[in-house]
Structures are given as C-alpha cells and as structure tokens.
Design a protein around this ligand. Structure first.
Ligand SMILES: *[C@@H]1O[C@H](CO)[C@@H](O)[C@H](O)[C@H]1NC(C)=O
Ligand SMILES: *[C@@H]1O[C@H](CO)[C@@H](O)[C@H](O)[C@H]1NC(C)=O
Ligand SMILES: *[C@@H]1O[C@H](CO)[C@@H](O)[C@H](O)[C@H]1NC(C)=O
Ligand SMILES: *[C@@H]1O[C@H](CO)[C@@H](O)[C@H](O)[C@H]1NC(C)=O
Ligand SMILES: *[C@@H]1O[C@H](CO)[C@@H](O)[C@H](O)[C@H]1NC(C)=O
Ligand SMILES: *[C@@H]1O[C@H](CO)[C@@H](O)[C@H](O)[C@H]1NC(C)=O
Ligand SMILES: *[C@@H]1O[C@H](CO)[C@@H](O)[C@H](O)[C@H]1NC(C)=O
Ligand SMILES: *[C@@H]1O[C@H](CO)[C@@H](O)[C@H](O)[C@H]1NC(C)=O
Ligand SMILES: *[C@@H]1O[C@H](CO)[C@@H](O)[C@H](O)[C@H]1NC(C)=O
Ligand SMILES: [Cu+2]
Length: 232
C-alpha cells in the first residue's frame, strides 16, 4: 500500500532537483537544502533575508560588473538577472540581462561576466543585491539572491573558474520595439548575441523590470508539469 506521504515525497523530489543553484556570487543561503523554510518559488529572494554584518554571505564584486555563475537543471528556461542597490534591497530595479532577458538552452553551468547598465556607477563599498529569476514555459518563476559589495579591488572570476558547459547556451530575447505585426518580417538582421561574452548592447539598458513582473505573475500549476516531466 502506498501512503500519501510517500506519494508526496515522490512528487517533491523531482521538484527540488529541478530548481537552480546560484554559485557565484555566493547566494544568501542554500535554498536547495532540505529542512529550511526557504522556497525558490517565493518572491523576491526565496524567503532568505538579506545578509547582515553578522550573518549570511556578501561577495565583493567589481565596480563595472562581475561574474555570475548558475547551475540550471531544466532543458531550457528564461533567465532574468536584476540588481538593486542598498544593504537590504527591496527594489531590484536594474536589469543585468538588458535590454530584455535570456532564453537559456541546456541544463548545466552557465557562467557569464555581466556589465552594469550604462550610467550606473556604484562607488567603492556600495552594497547591493543580485536577484536571479528563472521562468519556465508556463510562466512560473524561481528566485535566488546574492548580496554583494561593489569594490574597486574586486575582480571577475578567472576563465578557469568561469566556464559554461558546452551544452548550455543562451540567446537574448528580442526587444519588442515596434508595432509591425510580428510575422517573420525580420529585416533588422536581429541575430541575437549568443552565449559567451555578455552582450555589449548599447541599447540604453532600458529597464524591463515591468515585463519581468508580468512574466512572473502566474506562479501556479507548474508543479504537475514538472513532476510528470521529470519522473517520466
Ligand atoms: C553562503 O554561501 C555558501 C556557499 O555558496 C552556502 O553554502 C551557504 O549556504 C550560504 N549562506 C550562508 C548563510 O552561509
Ligand atoms: C519553519 O517555520 C516553522 C513555522 O513557522 C517553524 O516552526 C520552524 O522552526 C521553521 N524552520 C526553520 C528551519 O527555520
Ligand atoms: C530588511 O527589510 C525587510 C523588509 O522590509 C525587513 O523585514 C527586515 O527586517 C530588514 N532587515 C534588516 C537587517 O534591516
Ligand atoms: C532604483 O531604486 C533606487 C531606490 O530604490 C533609486 O534610488 C534609483 O533611482 C532607482 N533607479 C532606477 C533606474 O529606477
Ligand atoms: C527558448 O528555447 C526553447 C528551447 O531551446 C524553445 O523551445 C523556446 O521556443 C524558446 N523561446 C523563445 C521565446 O525563443
Ligand atoms: C579590497 O578592499 C577591501 C576594503 O578595503 C578589503 O576588505 C579587501 O580585503 C580587499 N580585497 C582584496 C582582494 O584585496
Ligand atoms: C502601436 O499600435 C497601436 C495600436 O495599433 C498604436 O496606437 C500605436 O501608436 C502604435 N505604436 C507605434 C510605436 O507604432
Ligand atoms: C516587411 O516590412 C516592410 C516595412 O515595414 C514592409 O514594406 C513589407 O511589406 C513587410 N513584409 C512582409 C512580408 O510583411
Ligand atoms: C546569425 O549569425 C550566424 C553566424 O554569424 C549566421 O550563420 C546566421 O545565418 C545568422 N542568422 C540570422 C537570422 O541572421
Ligand atoms: Cu525547477
């Protein structure tokens, strides 16, 4: 006889394994660990409070932007990386995946150097938090945050430390700049930058936080598709 608890456990296990890890900068806490009340489903930072001088992780990050390393577990997902300034951030109002967000294909490690949006010039010692959001096909979202201190003496990860798995790549989702009905009329050469070095788009770093929020509203109902997807 199969108990309800067992069924529940069986359903939860693939869910947990499908979540993602933020490897660098160090996340606020290991939100994949069992026995905590953290949940990656929870906006804005999986229920993990910001680090303080006595608790949590805060990583020195270069003044012009630094490395980001995530471990993704899905065949593909959309990824948003947002930044907020302050020591206890509530407003993640800069995007580091500008002007939009990425479509990442392949499960595994993705490591990129992310420049700050133009015009954002934090000072040495300025604190902030990075929020990484992944959105699945159904629109449900997962969150992890890392706290940072901008430092003049901080450096990006070395090439050895920052490697993207061969099977992992991403494309920038195109900005919907105009109205022209969306039917394959791509006269603008829109070849989205691919993998590797971060997009040096001079596109104003316009904030797509709004779009982000829209995409993240429907946080329901994904569990089942995950479960079936991962179990079968
Ligand atoms: C800090 O980062 C480490 C390494 O990523 C992680 O294992 C730990 O859970 C994080 N949080 C705390 C509070 O140490
Ligand atoms: C999780 O929350 C419950 C209910 O608020 C609390 O009793 C428990 O101690 C919390 N567990 C941890 C690991 O914080
Ligand atoms: C950070 O902000 C949250 C929400 O506004 C608040 O509950 C928490 O106490 C703050 N933490 C610190 C260390 O100030
Ligand atoms: C982001 O929010 C901070 C404070 O919450 C504010 O000072 C800053 O001007 C905002 N920046 C943008 C680009 O909205
Ligand atoms: C994102 O990539 C996945 C798999 O590579 C694909 O199925 C999906 O259609 C892509 N989404 C967009 C908007 O390009
Ligand atoms: C960078 O500067 C900060 C503050 O002055 C210091 O705490 C830290 O150890 C320095 N880091 C390196 C790598 O020199
Ligand atoms: C987009 O389409 C709407 C409705 O058709 C129109 O009112 C608006 O002016 C258009 N905007 C641009 C930039 O073409
Ligand atoms: C593509 O766009 C141009 C300029 O707006 C228009 O003249 C042309 O008819 C469009 N072609 C198709 C196939 O929609
Ligand atoms: C994108 O770039 C690649 C390599 O430069 C090229 O082979 C491909 O045809 C381009 N695609 C489009 C839609 O321009
Ligand atoms: Cu998942």
């Amino acid at each position: 006889m199969v108990s309800a608890t067992l069924l529940f456990a069986a359903a939860i296990a693939p869910l947990a394994s499908a979540h993602f890890a933020l490897e660098y900068p160090a996340w606020r806490a290991d939100t994949l660990e069992s026995g905590t009340n953290y949940s990656q489903w929870q906006y804005p930072c999986a229920g993990v409070p910001a680090s303080t001088s006595t608790s949590g992780n805060r990583t020195d990050w270069p003044l012009k932007g630094g490395s980001l390393k995530v471990d993704l577990h899905h065949p593909w997902e959309y990824v948003f990386v947002n930044l907020g300034l302050g020591s206890n951030v509530t407003n993640f109002n800069y995007t580091l995946t500008g002007p939009t967000f990425w479509n990442v294909t392949g499960a595994g490690t993705l490591c990129v150097d992310l420049p700050l949006p133009e015009g954002l010039n934090p000072s040495d010692g300025q604190e902030g938090s990075i929020q990484v959001v992944t959105v699945g096909e159904s629109g449900s979202a997962l969150y992890n945050c890392a706290d940072i201190t901008f430092r003049a003496n901080a450096t990006a990860l070395s090439k050895d430390e920052c490697k993207t798995d061969e099977k992992v790549s991403f494309v920038q989702i195109k900005e919907q700049s105009d109205n022209s009905t969306d039917g394959g009329n791509s006269t603008d050469g829109g070849n989205s930058t691919d993998g590797g070095d971060s997009a040096d788009d001079k596109k104003s770093g316009a904030s797509f936080v709004g779009l982000n929020t829209v995409a993240l509203t429907a946080v329901v109902g994904m569990a089942l598709s995950f479960v079936t997807g991962m179990v079968l």
